[in-house]
Design a protein around this ligand. Sequence first.
Ligand code: MEV
Length: 427
Amino acid sequence: MQESTSSSRISSFYKLEHQQRLEKIAEFLGESNFSQDHFLNTGNTEFQTVDNMIENAIGTMNIPIGVATNMIIDGKDRLIPMATEESSVVAAVCNAARQCRATGGFYTHTSEHIMIGQIQLIDVINPMITKQVILENEHDIKAICNDVDPLLVKLGGGFKGLEVRVLDDGHEYNIIVHILVDTCDAMGANAVNSMVEALSPALEGWTSAKANMRILSNLADKRLSMARATWPTDEIGGEAVRDAMLSAFRFADTDPYRAATHNKGIMNGISAVILATGNDTRAIEAGAHAYACKTGQYRSLSSWGVDKDGNLCGSLELPMAVGLIGGATKVHPTAQQNLEILNIDSADELARITCAVGLAQNFAAMKALVTTGIQKGHMSLHAKNIAVMAGAKAHEVDKVTELLVQSGKVRIDVAQEILATLRHKSG
Ligand code: MEV
């Protein structure tokens, strides 16, 4: 293979046309399997849309979207689009949702939609006096913040409160100002970040401290989403399964090593809905994991127990800063279509649905882990990928997958053998 000697220093790459950008990459790589045609095909999203979304765009990457069926949330049947590359995630939600339909499915709740914007003040001469001076100016602070986004205020949102903390960072006292902002149907990062930036000069003027950092906090613990559901003991395979699941929960709640994986499973469901709706997966992930540490130890985000009849009950609570307006949600045509499938009117509804999916996912993972183990279901779904990787053509995939699962060894070498045998037989 010929080594490229090109430099990665390419000025104004973003000004080039789509094809020209791809040519630059091809030139940089020299001889390679890089396919310009592959990147020229942006599927159901126009290149122009993608190019407006990020810098130096060269194409799109398709992630499968599956629909979770069987979900009843707050008395309403829902179909839920989920974007994920992980084979078993959608099936897990469908199974969990089916098994709690008899008890009405999922019941959800949300807190207010308050986001926190932080301003870090440094070079503070007298922390307690600085804190009080800021609190005394709440009226003006509110006016400055609300001036940034009059439309939000008109919709009932905007500045809702002020908190001032004294923080010893180990080097000096900081004053940390929190503005509390109701961002209504927006995730709110743009509104809040604009507000903290607009407010900083006034804070510096009142206090003679210096505004160092001005940014929203992803620990959105004033914007919580909750979901609960009950699974009848008979439906889930009896008391032994229930008790094993309860033990699995206690393990996760006590041991951070297990909690990380347990919560990862919850986020498998949550992030898939967040991505499908063009929301910010990293913001939700960061908020969730920070919230899992709220007691000082990293623990399970979900909680499990039994009701008076001995049925298994689960609940989940976590920050859920999602929006229906702004960001990729509004501009990405597939996100818009996914919102059509969800058939919702508010960010609040999206937050509730997403939380219910997280709980369903957690139920399915725990149940699989304490019964058959995760590999059985996972591998039979994954077998299709392996069949394709082994070179099976469209008309061969189903047969290879079936034989692969039957063999109990979902491996690429086994898939290749099966494929060779099938081809040999068919002449
Ligand atoms: C895999 O993506 C997710 C699980 O590991 C979650 C869990 O262990 O609870 C199965």
